[in-house]
Design a protein around this ligand. Structure first.
Ligand code: MSP
Length: 521
């Protein structure tokens, strides 16, 4: 059983509406996974939902539903959202799944029996909406708290704590020794700065069931449920464990699979946003160490999207609805824009004008035009029959494939697109320079016209393979228009000479309808 490349997204709060931020995280994850597939690997892609907690419990109550029924309804719209994005995920975890709850309990039992928890009284401030304890450090000079915490109450209660402090030095050493563990580098520095300048406080991992019952009960004290983040982080290993992965086996949990079927853990990449870095770079590694499991190989931390320079906000209606963008422009236009516009790391700024300009310049006039005119000319001048192999653009195409492969290896998705679009621009220039429409008028240029037409259709074929991880629907459409039936999903196929002389291509059809022309109809 060989280890599969294993990538996860964060799991999304079930009661939060899918928005462009969640779409972005899912899309970049999907592109990384498809790039791995294209390079011949067999990746496993996990995404899903974070369902427990007080807010969900309260919202369900307000609607007169059980939390489970409430979550089931919301989960179905998240599943539809994942489908609308054409995600290639292998599994979809919900923290209310039985497999997950049973595994979390086994982990809690194990850690408790090994002495990692203790019970203690807490007296202080608590934010219900953030479901978190606050300290004096979180207070402004006037005694108030950040409004983001909502209503803050004072309370005193007994809870279970996880001993973190004893692992602090180990974690610093680990992060320093593993340069690629947190990417980009400034996020790594941020975590190291935090760890070196603060003493880690032990982590409260329980909430009294009297206050919160929509959670996973502590198996050793059912008066309590476990803290949502402890529950949520474990999703990354509860799925491998339920597939029988021996790397994360724990006493008291048996996988439903009689034979181990998957070797997934450690994850190759956790894709997360910058706001949840501390949970993943501090708490999660310590939890794993306490359990005796290996650490994930990489936290890939992306930035946040804004629109027109302002924070997205449901309450002010300052939002981008990805489903409306898909309805109006097509899924691949959305996938293209978010990946091309923003590299993984900094914050991004969505502007409708920027979106439209990329759509028209890069998709419609760049890629769409190249494919459409190449195929239409082949249809018009050679009845759609592929001529003998010529090699005009071979060197450019080979170099692009090499460059894109390198970018895929480093998960540099934006740079990969830049490389592909250089080839598209080159091929469009080639049409202008060789002027096949003129060659067609001169019978003595028939051979030259064949050469040009072959180089163009073959370049289109190679481009469709290169774009497949990013724009899988468009890639498939190009392949179909070329008269090819398989999926353009293997980089190995991007070798010059794949279009067979004598083959008949299909019908050329616009890939990205021009919006200005559409409006005039
Ligand atoms: N449930 C927790 C994560 C638990 S992971 C064990 C959570 N959920 S969330 O729904 O609030 O966020 C999920 C992901 O979406 C996070 O990685 C977050 O950074 C990302 N984004 C939320 N808003 C975003 C933007 N505006 N832009 C980009 N990503 C954003 O946190």
């Amino acid at each position: 059983m060989s280890k599969r490349f294993y990538l996860t997204t964060a799991i999304y709060y079930v009661n939060g509406r899918p928005h462009v931020g969640s779409a972005y995280e899912m899309i970049i994850s999907d592109v990384i996974v498809r790039a791995q597939k294209s390079m011949g690997h067999d990746p496993f892609f996990l995404t899903g939902l974070d369902e427990h907690g007080q807010k969900v419990q309260q919202a369900a109550l307000a609607e007169g539903k059980t939390p489970q029924a409430y979550c089931d309804e919301l989960a179905s719209s998240w599943l539809q959202f994942a489908q609308a994005l054409n995600l290639s995920n292998n599994d979809f975890i919900r923290t209310s799944d039985q497999r997950h709850k049973a595994y979390v309990q086994a982990i809690l039992t194990d850690l408790h029996s090994k002495g990692h928890f203790y019970k203690s009284t807490y007296k202080g401030f608590y934010s219900t909406s953030a479901e978190t304890f606050l300290t004096e450090k979180d207070r402004f000079p006037d005694g108030s708290f950040d409004p983001a915490y909502g209503k803050v109450v004072e309370l005193q209660e007994e809870n279970y704590y996880f001993k973190l402090q004893q692992h602090q030095e180990w974690l610093i050493t680990f992060i320093e020794a593993n340069k690629d563990f947190i990417q980009p580098i400034h996020r790594r520095n941020e975590v190291l700065g935090f760890l070196k300048n603060n003493v880690l406080e032990d982590l409260c991992i329980s909430r009294p069931a009297s206050r919160l019952n929509w959670g996973i009960p502590l198996p050793f004290d059912p008066q309590y449920v476990t803290w949502v983040w402890f529950d949520a982080l474990v999703n990354y290993i509860s799925v491998p464990a339920s597939e029988g992965d021996p790397a994360v086996s724990v006493p008291g949990f048996t996988s439903a699979k009689s034979e181990p079927t998957q070797s997934l853990w450690p994850a190759d990449i956790h894709v997360i946003g910058k706001d949840i870095l501390k949970f993943h770079a501090v708490y999660w590694p310590i939890m794993l160490k306490a359990m005796g499991f290996p650490l994930p190989k990489k936290l890939l931390v992306h930035g946040w999207w804004q629109k027109d320079g302002q924070k997205l906000s449901k309450s002010t209606g300052h939002v981008i609805d990805p489903l409306i963008v898909i309805r109006d422009w097509g899924l691949d236009a959305l996938r293209y824009y978010v990946v091309r516009e923003l590299s993984i790391g900094p914050d991004g700024n969505w502007t409708d004008a920027g979106f439209e300009s990329r759509y028209s310049a890069e998709l419609a006039n760049g890629l769409g035009n190249l494919v459409n005119r190449s195929l239409s000319m082949l249809k018009k001048y050679r009845q759609g029959i592929v001529p003998v192999i010529s090699r005009d653009l071979e060197t450019d195409a080979d170099q692009t494939v090499k460059n894109v492969r390198e970018q895929f290896g480093e998960h540099n998705l934006q740079e990969g697109l830049v490389e592909i679009w250089k080839l598209i621009t080159r091929a469009n220039q080639y049409v202008d320079q060789t002027a096949p429409f003129k060659l067609a008028k001169d019978v003595t240029q028939s051979r030259r016209l064949n050469e040009v037409l072959y180089s163009l259709v073959e370049t289109c074929r190679i481009i469709s393979i290169l774009i497949w991880p990013y724009l899988p629907q468009t890639a498939r459409k190009i392949y179909a228009q070329l008269g090819l039936s398989e999926e353009p999903s293997r980089l190995q196929l991007a070798c010059w000479g794949g279009m067979q002389p004598g083959a008949q291509i299909g019908e050329p059809q616009p890939l990205f309808p021009r919006k200005d022309l559409e409006a005039k109809k």
